[in-house]
Design a protein around this ligand. Sequence first.
Ligand SMILES: [Zn+2]
Ligand SMILES: [Zn+2]
Length: 240
Amino acid sequence: MQAVVFREPYAVAVEDVPKPSVKPYDVLIRVESAGVCGTDIHLMEGGYEPKYPLIPGHEFAGVVVEVGPGVTSCKPGDHVTVDPNLYCDRCYYCRRDMQNHCEAWEAIGVTLPGAFAEYVAVPEASVHHIGSLTFTEGAFVEPLSCVVYGQRRARVRMGDSVLIHGAGPIGLLHLQMAKHSGCANVTITDLRPERLDLAKQLGADYVLHAGEADVDGALREIEPRGFDVVIDATGVPAAV
Ligand SMILES: [Zn+2]
Ligand SMILES: [Zn+2]
């Protein structure tokens, strides 16, 4: 099969590689759609201590084409997406329900072969059915899950005023989630006018160009006493 392979920083190539083999509790998926995440860019640049050669891609959806003999919850033909994070469920942190600190953490497309390929093999326990969603929508399930969890922690409540820095894919998902949570208004900032236009279309009450001379003044005009919830979706230290 063909796959995108990172062999060293800034070296991206499409190569012929062996099709993944299917272990007893594995599911082989034909990838139909995959998103490019900021993490993929970092891995390409050599960040996150990548184990090269690496096939990236951890936000994806596709069709099940083969299952191992132990698999019971999906079958060839099913439309699915995948939680790329694999926890050991044995270490100190996993036993304390703190899997994000897992001492043996692996992730499809980060430490294991990912979905920028024709096929990817994943453990059955990581597979989720997407029903009638399109494959493009299915590829958004992973980033949207991160946003859902983030807003649970941020506790956006009915009537809140929300400020989101950054109108990229994650910021725009936060915007739509906040609107569904019954907040009073959402303000969103970005440097790219076309992203702010899209934010408007997706329901932003106020959009603000982050390069404007007096951003703080403009924000104070919208919410003189400050915002109830502020979300940074830029990843830029200066924004924090
Ligand atoms: Zn990601
Ligand atoms: Zn663990």
